[in-house]
Write a protein that binds this ligand. Structure first.
Ligand SMILES: Nc1ncnc2c1ncn2[C@@H]1O[C@H](COP(=O)(O)OP(=O)(O)OP(=O)(O)O)[C@@H](O)[C@H]1O
Length: 303
């Protein structure tokens, strides 16, 4: 649905994207993460043809967007700082967009309800809060159920109820076969929403895969065990005798272990057969920590 092949972008003699390839398949949610100045927005703006890359190919729904602007009829875009006309009301913004996209007017009330803006629809944008502007921008992008949705730091985590609603909309869009590409610094959103993640650093992709693989690669296999047993020391002692357990320690009511290889199944079986009462057993998906280790592994100077 979105294909970027070998993209190169230079500003003067500085290369800000170096032979970058990414793709987003039908029904997939892909996030592009990386530090400030890594090249995320440059990538998004290139896909949207707002920037002309020096080299490489871009395909949206199989077409070259520089030559075939019709592809944008099926594309919704939310930019980091939405630039909506301050003198218009939220409803007027959506009405104008619906007209351009050829979307029925009934959809406007529906989408206003979905983003929780019915009550404020007739208020001028100039009198909106930042969160309200973001909601109207997201509503505008969602009008017409686009096949491609591009979100550049959408800040959906501002309000937990809204976050939940937006997530439900994304899930529905995916089920209907839409593809979503998001850039974000909100790693909690990235973790919950993404099927796949690209990590970009100084214009180069340094990781591609799902969140679990990213965490495993940069943080290792770290498992959290919750148990009703009062004596957690017993669990610690038992685990430290296993050869693939690198490190094991108690942290409050939990026991945390690092493994040199993924032996989760075997480990759980051993714990249960040895009579320990296990309440919780899960991989520690600490994306923040994995992210910072990934960046440290390639260099500290992000800008
Ligand atoms: N118009 C421009 N002229 C010169 N350099 C630019 C221009 N736009 C972006 N850059 C540079 O390109 C690099 C990539 O910027 P980009 O905005 O793509 O980063 P980003 O990953 O989106 O960062 P952030 O997370 O801060 O939004 C940065 O070094 C930036 O300074």
């Amino acid at each position: 649905m979105i294909e970027v092949i070998g993209l190169v972008k230079r500003y003067g003699n500085r290369e800000v994207l170096s032979n970058v390839s990414i793709n987003v398949k039908k029904g997939e949610f892909v996030s592009l993460i990386g530090p400030n100045g890594a090249g995320k927005t440059t990538m998004i703006r290139s896909i949207l043809t707002l920037i002309r890359p020096d080299k490489g190919e871009i395909r949206i729904l199989g077409k070259n967007p520089f030559k075939d602007k019709k592809v944008f009829k099926n594309l919704g875009y939310v930019q980091e700082l939405p630039n909506l006309p301050p003198f218009m009301t939220g409803r007027q913004v959506l009405e104008l967009s619906a007209k351009i996209k050829g979307v029925k007017k009934d959809e406007i009330d529906e989408i206003l309800d979905v983003v929780g803006m019915t009550e404020f629809a007739n208020r001028q944008i100039a009198k909106y809060s930042k969160g309200m502007i973001q909601r109207i921008a997201i509503a505008e992008a969602l009008l017409g159920n686009p096949e491609i949705l591009i979100l550049d730091e959408p800040n959906i985590g501002i309000d937990p109820i809204f976050t939940l609603k937006v997530r439900q909309i994304f899930d529905r869009l995916k089920r209907e076969g839409s593809s979503i590409l998001m850039t974000s610094h909100e790693l909690e959103d990235v973790k919950k929403l993404s099927d796949r993640v690209y990590m970009i650093y100084k214009g180069k992709i340094i990781f591609e895969g799902n969140v679990e693989d990213l965490v495993k690669k940069f943080l290792g296999i770290q498992v959290i065990i919750e148990s009703d047993d009062d004596d957690k020391e017993k669990i610690v002692n038992f685990l430290s005798s296993l050869e693939y357990v690198k490190k094991v320690f108690k942290e409050g009511s939990r026991v945390i272990i690092s493994m040199s290889e993924d032996k989760r199944e075997e480990l759980l079986e051993k714990l249960i057969s040895s009579g320990f009462k296990i309440k919780g057993f899960y991989l520690d998906l600490n994306l923040e920590e994995a992210y910072s280790r990934a960046i440290n592994s390639v260099g500290n100077n992000a800008l």
